[in-house]
Design a protein around this ligand. Structure first.
Ligand SMILES: [Zn+2]
Length: 355
């Protein structure tokens, strides 16, 4: 190599370095469709009109990492935006999908992906078992996706339920085939790392928190972590205890996120708006406060009805979007059931008291 060629290479490196250093300042995330923060009311017999729900590209997190979310106002469980947010990493290596949206809108989810990539659907990771996140597993399995998840999620997904209802997923094309476990000695370490489309993607198994099969997904170059549902900023916290979830585990999950994410990392909840690591802290403080109060009241012999009547969430109502009676009652009941005689996780589930 002659001298002038060396000089050209050095010069191009010099100009490339500032561009890389500023990668976080280049206008990401781009919020295309803001999540609704309106409140909506529904009749008791409301049925979700699936045919009216659209799946849209709502945020760009990097040039090739997009999020998908559904229409606002139509999904009673998720009025801010229907279903659970999904993420799509795309490029020459094909598509990596985090969560699937609901089964009923699977064709619309695929159509939304096809507006920006023709690549093959190669990898799907399930953040947790709920049907707004894993409901279209079989659909995307048939598209060719290899499905990754915690073993607890697989067990919860494919086995008949304790009340005699059939398994959530009965089509083997929808079964996770690459499974891993949460190991407390390796908390925060990825169980799987994939290099695809210029990204390094970590699947990090979480302790029993929103469910016993949670995975958060970190995109190292985009500096983004999909944190699924142990945090939410629409409605009160939800630990799905029958699927092994735990309020105490949600507090632990928040603490672990302080090490998984940096101060400038964008965190993508399954519902609600995008946040930073520090936004988890007031939520943690609320969980601890409610835990302590419910624990004291139950320890003093108060019934669930008495604890609900104490309206412990009142100080938080003004700052909690979507704070419905249902969401408050579900939260306080979960804490009440957890502070004493909390059943263990067996095969991804807990046998909770029927109410
Ligand atoms: Zn969700």
């Amino acid at each position: 190599m002659n001298k002038s060629a060396k000089f050209v290479i050095c010069l191009s490196l010099l100009t490339a370095i500032p561009a890389l250093a500023n990668a976080q300042d280049t206008g990401y995330p781009r919020i295309l469709i803001p999540t609704s923060e309106e409140s909506y009311t529904y009749s008791a017999d409301y049925q979700i009109p699936w045919d009216q729900i659209e799946i849209m590209v709502t945020e760009h997190m990097s040039p090739n990492l997009y999020t998908l979310h559904g229409s606002p106002g139509l999904d009673r469980g998720h009025p801010d935006a229907s279903g659970g947010r999904a993420m799509v990493l795309f490029g020459p290596d094909g598509v990596l999908l985090v969560d699937t949206q609901n089964r009923q809108v699977a064709d619309k989810t695929l159509a939304a992906i096809r507006t920006f990539t023709d690549g093959p659907i190669r990898v799907l990771v399930n953040s947790h078992v709920h049907s707004d996140h894993a409901g279209a597993n079989a659909f995307f399995g048939k598209q060719g996706a290899l499905i990754f998840a915690q073993e607890n999620l697989q067990l919860d997904l494919i086995n008949p339920r304790a009340d005699g209802r059939p398994a959530q997923e009965q089509d083997p094309d929808g079964f996770p085939v690459v499974t891993y476990r949460y190991d407390p000695a390796k908390a925060g370490e990825p169980a799987v790392t994939l290099t695809m489309n210029g990204e390094i993607v970590d699947f990090i198994p979480m302790m029993p928190s929103h469910t016993a099969g949670d995975t958060v997904v970190r995109f190292r170059n985009a500096n983004v972590v999909y944190i699924e549902d142990f945090y939410r900023n629409f409605g009160y916290p939800f630990a799905a205890q029958t699927s092994g979830g735990s309020i105490e585990g949600m507090i632990e999950a928040i603490d672990l996120l302080q090490t998984i994410a940096g101060p400038d990392t964008w965190l993508i909840p399954g519902h609600g708006t995008l946040i930073r690591r520090e936004d988890l802290l007031p939520y943690r403080a609320m969980l601890v406060d409610i835990w302590d109060q419910v624990s004291q009241l139950r320890g003093a012999g108060k019934s669930l009805a008495e604890v609900l009547a104490a309206n412990l969430t009142a100080p938080y109502d003004a700052t909690t979007e979507g704070d419905t009676e249902d969401s408050k009652e579900r939260f306080i009941t979960a804490v009440y059931d957890e502070v004493q005689d909390f059943p263990p996780v067996i095969n991804g589930r807990r046998t909770m008291p029927r109410r």
